[in-house]
Design a binder for this molecule. Structure first.
Ligand code: G3P
Ligand code: MG
Length: 244
C-alpha cells in the first residue's frame, strides 16, 4: 500500500453535531477538540462556486429554499447556515471550499472532500472540485482526499486532476464495486461501518486500498475496527472520542 499521510480520526461534516454541519464554526469546534482531519460535503452553485452543503436542497440546514444548483454563489452567500442549529450560531454563512482550504492549511489539518453533487451534476462537480482542490492545495504536503458515492463524479475528478488521491464511498457492497475502485485508481474505500470487518479490511488491503468507515460514534466499535486493521474513521462524536 502507498504511504498514508492522513490521521486515523476524521471529524464528520466539520464537527457537525455540536456546531452547524459543514460550516467553518464546525471546523473550529472540531479543532478545539484536538481533531486534525475533517470530512465535509462539497457541491457547486449554479455559477460553479464549490461550497459546503450536505443536502440536495437548502431547507434543512439554511434559511434558503430549493436547489443550490439553481442559485448563484452571491445568493447562497447571503443565507444563514447556523441558526437552524442553535441561536448562538445564527448568521453563520455557508463556507466556500477556498475558506476551508485556508483554515485547514493554517492549522495543519487534513481534509477529506466528499464530492456530493446535486442530481445530474456529477461530472461537472467532480471536475470542478478536483481543479479547485489542486489549485487551493498546490504545494501542500498533504493533499485533500477526494471521495464520493458517485463513480461518475470520481471519474471526472480522475480525468481532471489524476494526481489527487481518490476514495470510493460505499453504503452497500454493490455488484462491481471492486472493479470500479480499480478503474478509479482509488487509494482507499470508505464504507458504512456496519459493512466493515476484519475480512473486508484484508480484502481491501489486498487490493492496495486503505480501509476507512463512516460514521462511528461508539468507542468500543472504533476500538474493534482499529484492532482489526482499520486505517481511518469518520465520527460525529468529537467531544467523546479522543483522536490519537
Ligand atoms: O463521507 C462519508 C459520510 O459523510 C457519508 O455520509 O451522508 O454524512 O455524507 P453523509
Ligand atoms: Mg459526507
Amino acid at each position: 500500500m502507498k504511504p498514508w499521510p492522513y490521521p486515523r480520526w476524521l471529524a464528520h461534516r466539520g464537527a457537525g453535531k455540536l456546531a452547524p454541519e459543514n460550516t467553518l464554526a464546525a471546523f473550529r469546534l472540531g479543532a478545539s477538540h484536538g481533531y486534525a482531519a475533517f470530512e465535509c460535503d462539497v457541491k457547486l452553485s449554479q455559477d460553479g462556486e464549490a461550497f459546503l452543503l450536505h443536502d440536495d436542497t437548502l431547507e434543512r440546514t439554511t434559511s434558503g429554499q430549493g436547489s443550490p444548483a439553481k442559485q448563484t454563489w452571491a445568493e447562497l452567500a447571503r443565507l444563514d447556515a447556523g441558526g437552524w442549529h442553535s441561536p448562538g450560531y445564527a448568521a453563520e454563512p455557508l463556507p466556500r471550499l477556498a475558506q476551508i482550504a485556508a483554515f485547514c492549511q493554517a492549522n495543519g489539518c487534513a481534509l477529506n472532500i466528499e464530492i456530493k453533487p446535486c442530481p445530474g451534476e456529477e461530472a461537472r462537480t467532480g471536475e470542478q472540485v478536483a481543479h479547485d482542490a489542486a489549485r487551493l492545495w498546490a504545494g501542500a504536503a498533504v493533499p485533500p482526499l477526494l471521495s464520493s458515492f458517485k463513480p461518475e463524479a470520481l471519474r471526472a475528478a480522475q480525468a481532471a486532476e489524476p494526481a489527487l488521491p481518490r476514495a470510493l464511498l460505499l453504503d452497500t457492497l454493490w455488484d462491481g464495486w471492486e472493479t470500479t475502485a480499480e478503474q478509479l485508481g482509488a487509494v482507499a474505500v470508505i464504507t458504512n461501518w456496519r459493512l466493515m470487518d476484519a475480512a473486508l479490511i484484508q480484502r481491501l488491503h489486498g487490493h492496495g486500498w486503505r480501509a476507512l468507515v463512516y460514521t462511528v460514534n461508539d468507542a468500543s466499535v472504533a476500538q474493534q475496527l482499529f484492532d482489526a486493521g482499520l486505517d481511518g474513521l469518520i465520527t460525529d462524536a468529537v467531544d467523546l472520542l479522543r483522536p490519537d
